[in-house]
Design a protein around this ligand. Structure first.
Ligand code: SAM
Ligand code: DTB
Ligand code: SF4
Length: 325
């Protein structure tokens, strides 16, 4: 691999980052990879500041999709109880509590393949109410058409989360009910509507380093890279097809964070699901590798998150501070 390929993405030819170039980053000696990631991070961000988001599942379970990692798919016996869309008052009370605990962004997730238009109207009302509290808004509702994306923009939505999850090559091993192209089409609709894109993936699903490189290269080579990139470590849930997956090695996970930071220098890289099972030392390495966003709060969507007390102690130990809202 030539030094030029490692130092910078191709200037003329698409894609902006090839899988091979990202694979070469992932394979760097760890000190070299961390140095590069930190250099890029410090050129664009204060390394002591971390963006804080809070998640709420506004519609849980009963999903017709077959994502192999997901406890909310109706075809798996995971003990997740399906619920209807939450009432507006309930959502607003949760958002108020999140703001009091220091959240800057409130993310609402629904276990849908794609939203029905009347559900979308209800979500738009939630977005308006949460925004009126001075919080940024993010929703993740599954696949969106162009008109649905425009409707969310009109309601004032700041971010839409829609993950590519893994490499194009590994995708079919994890999900069969929709294609990679379906995901890319929704991302294009969201981008064209003028909504910020939150898009990342999951590691620890049995994929190899080439797949991790393929995911990062695809994200970094989108026409405009996502403003927010959640990197999730699989939360292996009993009853899902991926329940028996070997947990990802902490250093391999940190390498993915570093590669995301280097290839998407101005994006927020979110150390997302999986923190509950991570040591303080592993999380500290993620922050050193350029992660600068987390989900804060006792719960993710259906699974446990790192506790609020633990996060406060960790931030204190590391001298980190929440990004001002
Ligand atoms: N149904 C919508 C969709 O799939 O886009 C929105 C909700 S879905 C739960 C949001 C994301 O959560 C998924 O794309 C996946 O990346 C992540 N996720 C779901 N289950 C997970 C798990 N067990 N571990 C880590 N991440 C998970
Ligand atoms: C993302 O990338 N991770 C969050 C959020 N976007 C919606 C979801 C994590 C879900 C973990 C499993 C659960 O709690 O159900
Ligand atoms: Fe449904 Fe989203 Fe879970 Fe897939 S990840 S099963 S689409 S809730």
């Amino acid at each position: 691999m030539s030094a030029t390929t490692l130092d910078s993405p191709a200037k003329t030819a698409a894609p902006r980052w090839s899988s091979d170039a990202v694979a070469a980053l992932l394979a760097l000696p760890f000190p070299e990879l961390m140095f590069r990631a930190q250099s890029v991070h410090r050129a664009h961000f204060n390394p002591a500041e971390v963006q804080i988001s809070t998640l709420l599942s506004i519609k849980t379970g009963g999903c017709p999709e077959d994502c192999g990692y997901c406890p909310q798919a109706s075809s798996y016996e995971t003990g997740t109880k399906a619920s209807k869309l939450l009432a507006l008052d309930t959502v607003l009370a949760e958002a108020r509590a999140a703001k009091e605990k220091g959240a800057q962004r409130f993310c609402m997730g629904a276990a849908w393949r794609s939203p029905k238009d009347h559900d979308l109207e209800n979500v738009c009302t939630m977005i308006e109410g949460v925004k009126a509290m001075g919080l940024e808004t993010c929703v993740t509702l599954g696949m969106l058409s162009a008109p649905q994306s425009d409707r969310l923009k009109a309601a004032g939505l700041d971010y839409y989360n829609h993950n590519l999850d893994t490499s194009p090559e590994y995708y079919g091993k994890v999900i069969t009910t929709r294609t990679y192209q379906d995901r890319l089409d929704t991302l294009e609709n969201v981008r064209n509507a003028g909504i910020n894109v939150c898009c990342g993936g999951i590691v620890g699903m049995g994929e190899d380093a080439a797949d991790r490189a393929g995911l990062i290269a695809t994200l970094a080579s989108l026409p405009t890279p996502p403003e927010s990139v959640p990197i999730n470590a699989l939360v292996a849930v009993e009853g899902t097809p991926l329940a028996g997956s070997e947990p990802i090695d902490a250093i391999a996970f940190v390498r993915v964070i570093a590669a995301a930071r280097i290839t998407m220098p101005t994006s927020f890289i979110r150390l997302s699901a999986g923190r509950e099972a991570m040591s303080d030392e592993a999380q500290a390495l993620c922050f050193l590798a350029g992660a600068n966003s987390i989900f804060h709060g006792e719960k993710l969507l259906t699974t446990k998150n790192a506790t609020v007390n633990h996060d406060e102690a960790l931030f204190e130990k590391l001298g980190l501070q929440p990004l001002a809202g």
